[in-house]
Design a protein around this ligand. Structure first.
Ligand SMILES: *Cc1c(COP(=O)(O)O)cnc(C)c1O
Length: 401
């Protein structure tokens, strides 16, 4: 299988297995549910795992294989497994690695549905879960028990973009024979390669930067061949969160521009963060690319740049935050990230709207926190839209006074 030393080349050519029949430039979409055996013996040897070749698309598909080979190369792991959603990947990895009586150490802040899975579903299966601050080495060490099997984290983490030290987590885990899983969705392999720091399994919601065009929901796990094979042959095969060949193809297409897109997302995010910092209606900006952010010290060490997501808190009321959101003309009110369009959401009225004001403050989510994922538009247009919407929110305050 072909590969280069350079990520920019591998996003386009990496993991390709020859020209394929007819020599198509674009990867063929093998839109098929099943594969035909020449004879019983061939079918039998494929089922026995003695011969290569496909059986059924829930077990594997050539279009999906190419996506997996490319992602393994990009993350620097032996293998990868693609899923029908990021949450399909999260559930397959934790249910594949943990059983009743095992213990999971994870972050006190997580992607919302990952938190729901860990906080509600896993305990229902008799799996014990501890939620700690993964940026705090002493807290991580104190949480380890004899039955701890997995440490699962995200970095940077919603909503304040706090950053966990990957070398530290991998070091603690290795000393105790614990498997580590890191959700690398916010960074992509362009900015951060957790496996290089000793992390075992790297997870992505491919819905975000990897695809990058807002038209697919998908997930990926990258890791050592034995663990990935184990997950493919247990939780992915038997629980069935498989990706469709067409969706795999859309991500293969998206990956071709990943490095260019992520670079521009970072440039735009830094410019917007800088602008917001100096605005009188903005109380605080959370972006690891800004020198004041606690995660900034890991820039250059484990992450190349601050990424394409930032959060900011308004010096305003909840109603003014709503006015700001509604006044936006170009930026899209939507809960995703890593797309060409600038996406913006207000956690207190959207992703975290079921939280009471007390629960919000406990989770460190101010009423006026806004999460912004700058897109690929000209940065002046993004800033101009935010500026006019902040103006509308400020005017509301003057009127109320
Ligand atoms: C979106 C997201 C997920 C879930 O992925 P889906 O593709 O929506 O299932 C998991 N982790 C992070 C950090 C995400 O942003």
């Amino acid at each position: 299988m072909w590969h280069s030393e350079h990520l920019e080349t591998n996003t386009i050519h990496g993991g390709k297995d020859g020209q394929g029949q007819h020599g198509p430039l674009s990867t063929p979409i093998y839109q098929t549910s099943t594969f035909v055996f020449d004879d019983v013996q061939q079918g039998a040897s494929r089922f026995a795992g003695e011969a290569g070749g496909h059986i059924y698309s829930r077990l594997g598909n050539p279009t999906v294989d190419e996506l997996e080979a490319r992602m393994a190369l990009l993350e620097g792991t032996e293998a990868a497994a693609a899923f029908g959603s990021g949450m399909g990947a999260v559930s397959a990895v934790v249910l594949g690695l943990l059983k009743q009586g095992d213990h999971l150490v994870t972050s006190h802040r997580l992607y919302g549905c990952t938190f729901a899975l860990f906080n509600h579903q896993l305990p229902a299966f008799g799996i014990e879960v501890s939620f700690v601050d993964l940026a705090d080495e002493a807290a991580v060490r104190a949480a380890i028990k004899p039955n701890t099997k997995v440490i699962y984290g995200e970095t940077p983490i919603n909503p304040c973009l706090s950053v966990a030290d990957l070398d530290m987590l991998a070091g603690i885990a290795k000393a105790h024979g614990i498997t580590t899983v890191i959700d690398n969705t916010f960074m992509s392999p362009v900015l951060q390669k957790p496996a290089k720091h000793g992390i075992d399994i790297v997870l992505h919601s491919a819905t975000k930067f990897l695809n990058g065009h807002g038209d697919v929901v998908a997930g990926i796990l990258c890791g050592p061949k034995d663990l990935i094979d184990q997950i493919k042959m247990t939780t992915r095969k038997d629980m069935g969160a498989i990706i469709s060949p067409h969706d795999a193809w859309l991500i293969i297409r998206g990956l071709k521009t990943l490095h260019l897109r992520v670079e521009r997302h970072c440039e735009n995010a830094l410019r917007v963060a800088d602008y917001l910092q100096s605005h009188p209606l903005v109380k605080k900006v959370d972006y690891p690319g800004l020198p004041g952010h606690p995660g900034y010290k890991l820039l250059g060490k484990q992450m190349k740049a601050g990424g394409g997501v930032l959060a900011f808190e308004l010096k305003a009321s909840f109603d003014q935050a709503v006015t700001f959101m509604n006044a936006l003309k170009m930026c899209k009110r939507a809960v995703s990230l890593g797309d060409a369009e600038t996406l913006i959401q207000h956690p207190a009225s959207m992703t975290h709207s079921t939280y009471t004001p007390e629960e919000l403050s406990e989770a460190g989510i101010p009423q006026t926190l806004i999460r912004l994922a700058p897109g690929l538009e000209h940065v002046d247009d993004i800033i101009a839209d935010i500026e006019q919407a902040l103006g509308a929110a400020a005017k509301q305050a003057t009127q109320a006074a």
